[in-house]
Design a protein around this ligand. Structure first.
Ligand SMILES: [Zn+2]
Ligand SMILES: [Zn+2]
Length: 409
């Protein structure tokens, strides 16, 4: 005979209550239209007057002004993971309703999901280089965004390499091949176009405009990071500028392109001594990693003293209490301008006359906002059938899954 413990009784009561709530109260997940934009059901974005921002940013509760840019650090960490900081990714949202992603490192799409974004807009990713901590979540957005409302192809902009094989086009082609099992299995159920991924490879060695649409101009320029094929970006829109530094030592192209820009993001790595303590590397390798292929705090500070942005933003380290203060103090030895030590979910609102820096917060159990009518009705092919052997299908235990309540053909 089994006896219920106190906790198992509590669990049963909780399960019953949860199933009751879910069964009776959950609205159908469809976005609400506010001024033609998709927002999660029940969320009412407010206009912010007189720069009177709430101290915390709650996603989907604030309207951007026509001349405003919102920059959210989705990931600010490292290739060797820590739960405190996902790998590199920044989301830029503009007052004209457009969104751009700069890098999409491993884990960053989890943070992105917490923001409950309109995935139909998240169809442009600009990749600085093909390290996993900058490009590791492309496939996660490609498929996850498709399920969550994107009905157009995912556009990936990224640099060439020293050979064809080391460029963004081959990387994306291989992603397509690597995930063929996944993507072809969803054919017909999801919109056809959303399952496509398109690469836009550009010459890493040139300073050039690589995107120019609807008043948004994005320039790529070379970065110096281990091998050929790393770049940084500058976005210009409506008189505002955002610069995103891919991994690099301080370099002349960054100084030229970022000089005097509004919000300038650049890596700010650990010191060799910190890296020895954190990762256990011998000094020689620790110096190589922190100071030959990356930019340590003093280098970041000196560079920003030359760039003189309205706001300098440091990332690419863990914000752990025992090391963050030392990184900050070392930056402050060489730079005394406006500074944000970005953490995951640091949010920067940029206007011609104002910069607001806050942290975002979200519900750990955030929902996607649901698919839109455009997603529901976008062209689809035939449902994926014939992908399974007859003998496999015959192993189904018939009658266990409930039959459909309405016609599904
Ligand atoms: Zn990196
Ligand atoms: Zn890198």
């Amino acid at each position: 005979m089994k006896y219920f413990t106190k906790s198992s009784v509590c669990f049963l009561v909780l399960s019953f209550t949860l199933s009751f709530i879910i069964g009776s109260g959950t609205a159908i997940s469809k976005p609400h239209k506010v001024d033609g934009e998709n927002y999660p059901a029940g969320r009412i974005p407010q206009e912010i007057k007189n720069n009177d921002y709430p101290r915390t940013y709650y996603p989907n509760t604030e309207k951007l002004a026509a001349n405003e840019m919102r920059i959210t650090a989705i990931g600010t960490g490292m290739p060797n993971q820590s739960p405190s900081n996902m790998a590199a990714a920044f989301l830029v949202e503009l007052g004209n309703g457009e969104s751009f992603l700069f890098d999409l490192g491993t884990g960053s799409t989890d943070r992105l999901a917490g923001l409950e974004p309109d995935y139909s807009k998240l169809d442009k990713v600009f990749i600085s280089h093909l390290h996993t901590d900058h490009a590791g979540d492309i496939a996660a957005l490609w498929v996850g965004g498709w399920l969550n409302g994107r009905y157009t192809p995912l556009q990936v902009y990224g640099p060439s390499g020293s050979t064809l094989e080391l460029g963004t086009k081959v990387h994306v082609d291989h992603l397509r091949e690597a995930w063929a099992w996944d993507v072809t299995s969803r054919a017909g159920t999801l919109p056809d176009a959303g399952g496509e991924i398109v690469s836009h490879e550009f010459d890493y060695s040139k300073t050039a405009v690589i995107y120019d649409k609807n008043g948004v101009k994005i320039t790529s320029f070379p970065a110096i990071h281990i091998r050929d094929g790393s770049v940084s970006f500058r976005l210009d829109w409506n008189g505002l500028s955002f610069v995103f530094g891919g991994d690099s030592v301080p370099n002349k192209w960054f100084l030229e392109e970022a000089k005097g820009a509004d919000v300038v993001v650049h890596e700010c790595f650990f010191t060799p001594e910190q890296w020895i303590k954190i990762a256990g590397f011998p000094y020689k390798q620790a110096y190589w990693v922190t100071s030959v292929i990356h930019t340590p705090p003093e280098g970041f500070g000196k560079l920003m003293s030359m760039v003189k942005p309205r706001m300098a933003v440091a990332y690419h380290y863990w914000n752990h209490r025992d090391i963050e203060l030392e990184i900050f103090e070392r930056v402050r030895k060489t730079y005394d301008g406006l500074l944000t030590m970005a953490d995951d979910l640091t949010v920067i609102n940029l206007k011609p006359d104002h910069i607001e820096v806050r942290e975002a917060t979200f519900n750990e159990e955030s929902w996607p906002q649901g698919t839109s009518k455009q997603w529901d009705t976008a062209p689809r092919g035939e449902p994926a059938t014939g992908l399974m052997s007859e003998w496999l299908k015959k192993g189904t235990l018939e009658g266990l899954n409930p039959p459909p309540k309405e016609p599904i053909d």
